[in-house]
Design a protein around this ligand. Structure first.
Ligand code: AMP
Length: 291
C-alpha cells in the first residue's frame, strides 16, 4: 500500500496501479478499474465496508483521508475532529487498499483559492439547511479528489443520504466520468449508526443516541402496517426523538431521495432522515422506505 501526501505523487501512484493491473490482465485486456473511497479518517467498520465494496468491484482501490476544512462551519468541530492516521493506515492495509491519499490542507487548497463547486438548491436541504456552506465544501473537495485520482467508481455511504443526492447531482451536471456506488449503513449491534463522531459521546449520551435509530424503526413499523401519510409518519418519528431527555431534534423529514423535497403521501421510494444533537454531538441517521 502506497501512502501519498502530494497530488503529484498520488497521480503517479494511480497511474502505476492502473498500468500494473492492465499488465496482469493482458490475457483478457480490459482497462483497469480504479475505485476511490473518500474519507475524513477516524476509520470504523462503515468506512471499511466501502473499501470492501471497492475491492470487490475494482482492480485497485485508493482511499483519501482528509479532514476537509471547507465543509465545517465556524462553530463546528474541525479542530477537534478525531484523527488517527497510524491506525487508519493499518486498517486500510489489512482491508486491501492500494493507495492512501492523505494531503495537508495546504496541498488541497491554495491560500487565495476562489473557485467553488456548488449544487444549488439541493445543498440547502436537510443537513445543508442546518449547516450552511457544508455541501459547497463537500462538492468542492470531492470534485478535487476526482480530478486528482481520476477514479472509475467512487464509493459513498448511505449514512450520509443528503450527501449522496448532492454528489450524484454534481456528477450528472458536470459530466464526471465516475460511477457513484452507494453502500448500506453499518450499525453497532444495538442499532446506532457507526460514525467517527460517536467517540464524542459520554456513556450516558451513547445510550441516548439510540433514539435516532429507534425513531426510524417506529416509522418503518407504521409504514409496514400500511400507513402512507408522510405527515403522520413524520409526527410519529419526531415524537420518539423529542421525548428523549438530553437530545435536541434538528430535523425529522420524509423526502424524495433524489430531490430531497418533501413527499406526501408516500407512493415511491421515500427517504426518512433524522438529525439530532445528543449533548453537543450532532448525529444523523436514515432509512429508505420502498412501497
Ligand atoms: P466520513 O469520514 O464521515 O466523511 O465518511 C466517509 C464515507 O464513509 C462517507 O461516504 C460516509 O457516508 C461513509 N460512512 C460513514 N459512516 C458510515 C456507516 N456507518 N456506514 C456506511 N458508510 C458510512
Amino acid at each position: 500500500m502506497k501512502i501519498c501526501a502530494s497530488i503529484a505523487e498520488t497521480r503517479a501512484a494511480c497511474g502505476a496501479v492502473r498500468e500494473h493491473s492492465n499488465r496482469l490482465q493482458s490475457g483478457h485486456p480490459h482497462p483497469a478499474r480504479l475505485g476511490l473511497v473518500p474519507t475524513m479518517g477516524a476509520l470504523h467498520a462503515g468506512h471499511l465496508s466501502l473499501v470492501g465494496a471497492a475491492k470487490a468491484q475494482c482492480d485497485a482501490v485508493a482511499v483519501s483521508i482528509f479532514v476537509n476544512p471547507t465543509q465545517f462551519g465556524p462553530s463546528e468541530d474541525f479542530s477537534k475532529y478525531p484523527r488517527s492516521f497510524e491506525s487508519d493506515c493499518a486498517a486500510l492495509e489489512k482491508g486491501g487498499a492500494d493507495i492512501v491519499f492523505a494531503p495537508t490542507v495546504g496541498e488541497m487548497y491554495s491560500k487565495d483559492e476562489t473557485t467553488w463547486v456548488t449544487v444549488e438548491g439541493l445543498s440547502e436541504k436537510l443537513d445543508g439547511r442546518s449547516r450552511p456552506g457544508h455541501f459547497r465544501g463537500v462538492t468542492t473537495v470531492v470534485a478535487k479528489l476526482f480530478h486528482v485520482i481520476e477514479p472509475d467508481a467512487a464509493f459513498f455511504g448511505q449514512k450520509d443520504a443528503a450527501q449522496v443526492a448532492v454528489i450524484r447531482r454534481m456528477v450528472r451536471d458536470l459530466n464526471f466520468p465516475v460511477e457513484i456506488v452507494v453502500c448500506p449503513i453499518i450499525r453497532e449491534p444495538d442499532g446506532l449508526a457507526m460514525s467517527s463522531r460517536n467517540v464524542y459521546l459520554s456513556p450516558e449520551d451513547r445510550r441516548r443516541a439510540l433514539v435516532l435509530s429507534r425513531s426510524l424503526q417506529r416509522v418503518e413499523k407504521e409504514f409496514r402496517a400500511g400507513q402512507r401519510a408522510a405527515a403522520q409518519l413524520q409526527e410519529a418519528g419526531r415524537a420518539v426523538v423529542v421525548q428523549q431527555p438530553g437530545v435536541r431534534l434538528d430535523y425529522f423529514e420524509i423526502v424524495d431521495p433524489d430531490t430531497l423535497d418533501p413527499i406526501d403521501p408516500i407512493a415511491g421510494k421515500a427517504l426518512v432522515a433524522v438529525a439530532a444533537y445528543v449533548g453537543a454531538t450532532r448525529l444523523i441517521d436514515n432509512v429508505v422506505l420502498t412501497p
